[in-house]
Design a binder for this molecule. Structure first.
Ligand SMILES: O=C(O)CCC(=O)C(=O)O
Ligand SMILES: [Fe+2]
Length: 404
């Protein structure tokens, strides 16, 4: 049975599509083995819900506007959960039942991979029946941007009511660049799925608003580093909650996480650099955005330069024109690092040439491209992996943004 003509693509069954998506999402696990360890039968979501409710120790912000929000929470990196941060945002469009009516034939990306997609209707069938231990999620950074099969309804509709909470509007330093790494995601997640222990990429902060269902968050203290975490960060979220969460009360108080049982309409603010792990206690829908805050320019610059030099080049050139004081700061930060310094000089030269070309119309050809490649090479040779990530524990992609 197909709900419309466009769903009748010849020769590819839903099972094949799911298998292909699984191979991309977790290349090291056979797609037919995702339910092998029987975790679906062992994990007790009701018990974890009760544990979460008993431990939930995160401040709720109920009255808006919150005075000094930016200073107190963003700059000082405090976790918060806000009720009704979007004001009168109408979220009915993103409820599972209405998306099922409106976008059933549209494809969405799974687990943040552009080449692993499924029609929403097929995904919902998977969501409702899967016994996988750590199920696939719709984790889609293009929602609302793609043209759908039927442009009159298309995925564009998913953005129709979208807006950023007032607290975070205009905050992202990356938005000065014409191209910026993915920053917003629609997440449709089966119960038991989750996001493994990670810190967000490129020194960014995040907000995450739950539309439907319940999520359980554990957010580790700000001084936790990846070196404290060991095997924990390679665990799937359901495994972390099953094996680690019940023992956390025995940890020294200073190492214990903040807990949140997030309810519909609540927005969780995750400050830059905070390790967190999230479990979907029920089927859920959420929207989330990451942003690079001016308060954290130094660390954002240092990480972005190392992890995403191609983007950083464009970003720095945009800063030179639009935020010269920050470009200057970037130069100060890079002075001690010879390879970054060289890169900056090349980028500045390229920028000056480009500006000159724009001004007097002379023919612009990039003479710095070769030099840039050579320097990127030096960069790669330095190698490091101490940045946050958005991809799954098992993903082989460590670009920090997965999709770049
Ligand atoms: O699963 C979730 O809702 C949390 C997502 C998250 O932490 C992230 O996208 O960085
Ligand atoms: Fe995150």
């Amino acid at each position: 049975f197909s709900c419309c003509f466009c769903c009748m693509e010849v020769g590819v069954s839903i099972e094949d599509e799911i298998r292909a998506a699984k191979k991309i999402a977790k290349p090291s696990v056979d797609p037919d083995d995702w339910d092998k360890d029987g975790l679906a039968d062992k994990i007790d979501l009701k018990k974890l819900h009760a544990l979460g409710v008993a431990r939930d120790n995160t401040e709720r912000l109920r009255k808006h506007p919150v005075p000094n929000f930016r200073k107190r929470y963003v700059e000082e990196k405090r976790v918060a959960a806000m009720e009704n941060a979007h004001g009168d945002l109408d979220t009915s469009r993103w409820m599972i039942s209405s998306m099922e009516r409106e976008f059933s034939c549209e494809r969405f990306c799974l687990d943040d991979h552009h080449d692993a997609t499924l029609r929403l209707g097929d995904f919902l069938k998977y969501m409702r029946s899967t016994r996988d231990s750590d199920p696939l999620m719709i984790f889609d950074c293009d929602f609302g941007e793609r043209e759908g099969k039927d442009p009159s309804k298309a995925c564009k509709g998913t953005l129709a009511d979208y807006h950023v909470p007032l607290y975070f509007q205009g905050d992202s330093l990356f938005s000065v660049a014409t191209y910026r790494p993915p920053w917003k995601w629609l997440i449709v997640a089966p119960k038991r799925s989750g996001t493994h222990l990670h810190e967000d990429p490129l020194g960014t902060c995040a907000w995450n608003t739950l539309i439907e269902g319940k999520k359980l968050w554990a957010i580790l203290p700000s001084d936790t580093s990846r070196y404290d975490l060991g095997a924990e960060k390679d665990m799937s979220a359901p495994r972390w909650f099953m094996e680690i969460a019940p023992k956390v009360d025995k940890w020294e108080a200073k190492h214990r996480p903040l807990w949140i049982v997030q309810k519909p309409g609540e927005t969780v603010f995750v400050p830059a650099g905070r390790w967190h792990v999230v479990l979907n206690l029920t089927d859920t829908v959420a929207i989330t955005e990451n942003f690079a805050s001016e308060f954290h320019f130094d660390s954002v610059w240092n990480i972005t330069c190392r992890k995403e030099p191609d983007f950083c080049c464009k970003w720095y050139q945009a800063l030179l024109t639009k935020r010269p004081a920050l470009a200057q700061r970037a130069e100060e930060l890079s002075i001690k690092d010879e390879s970054i310094n060289k890169l900056l000089t090349a980028w500045r030269k390229q920028h000056t040439q480009h500006q000159r070309q724009l001004k007097d119309g002379t023919d612009y050809t990039s003479t710095t491209e070769e030099g840039k490649l050579e320097m990127l090479q030096q960069f790669d040779d330095k190698g490091d992996d101490d940045d946050g990530e958005h991809d799954n524990a098992d993903s082989s992609d460590d670009s920090g943004y997965g999709l770049l």
